[in-house]
Design a protein around this ligand. Structure first.
Ligand SMILES: [Zn+2]
Length: 234
């Protein structure tokens, strides 16, 4: 049986909530409808995220009535993009891109790499649910990157940090491998983003085929925790 975008992963939480909207939304609050999703080109989806980051930086985000959004999205979701980012508490994609309920998928793991689980999640987000762009977003001063540089060993972290080792190697060689070298740490963070973009293309034929056919774009980005600005990196 084909998977329906409407019935796959659709929540029913809205039915348990009181959803009488009493406040009006700002005029530029757009409902995440199927028609809106379909109107996005892949590049347009990236542009929308960057425009959202500009709103975030300006301190004038779009104000939406979340209760109306919950009600509107209770029968299906039509997000236009997916973001792979770090678990860092300062790097919530919905906030830094000024997006609301139903707008974007977000996969978060310390060090923003991809594994089979995240690739499968992205395949769902794009191939099944219709997202038009994937943004892999690293950030400055990333603790996971620093941990990988310092070769930290702690519980499951030891194994997880091995996922970032290729980026450490790509950023090197370096005489003294230490996270106190902030320039090297940032080089590793940049390399890690680009290696993750490559890994998505290399390890997911589903997503690579979508890129080849022009249905999807995959880009890298770096979030500056000191300024709030997202820069695309190539
Ligand atoms: Zn991080």
């Amino acid at each position: 049986m084909p998977i329906s975008r409407r019935n796959f992963f659709c929540g029913t939480a809205a039915t348990a909530l009181s959803l009488t909207a009493t406040k009006s939304m700002s005029a530029n609050c757009v409902m995440p409808t199927q028609a809106r999703q379909a109107a996005f080109t892949p590049q347009g989806a990236v542009n929308e995220l960057m425009e959202g980051n500009a709103r975030f930086l300006s301190g004038r985000p779009i104000k939406c009535d979340m209760r109306r959004l919950v009600l509107k999205t209770s029968t299906g979701q039509f997000p236009f993009a997916a973001v792979v980012s770090c678990i860092d508490s300062r790097v919530a994609a919905e906030m830094v891109f000024d997006q609301n309920n139903g707008d974007i998928f977000e996969a978060r793991v310390a060090g923003n790499f991809v594994n089979t689980d995240i690739l499968g999640s992205l395949e769902f987000a794009c191939r099944v649910a219709g997202a038009r762009a994937i943004v892999v977003m690293g950030h400055t001063e990333c603790g996971a990157i620093k941990g990988a540089v310092d070769q930290v060993e702690l519980g499951n972290l030891t194994e997880m940090l091995k996922q970032i080792e290729p980026a450490v190697q790509a950023a090197g060689p370096i005489d003294v491998r230490t996270s106190s070298d902030s320039e090297f740490v940032q080089k590793v963070a940049d390399a890690n983003v680009m290696l993750t973009v490559e890994a998505i293309n290399k390890n997911s034929s589903v997503l690579a085929d979508m890129v080849d056919s022009g249905e999807l774009i995959i880009v890298g980005a770096m979030y500056d925790i000191a300024t709030g600005k997202v820069n695309l990196i190539t």
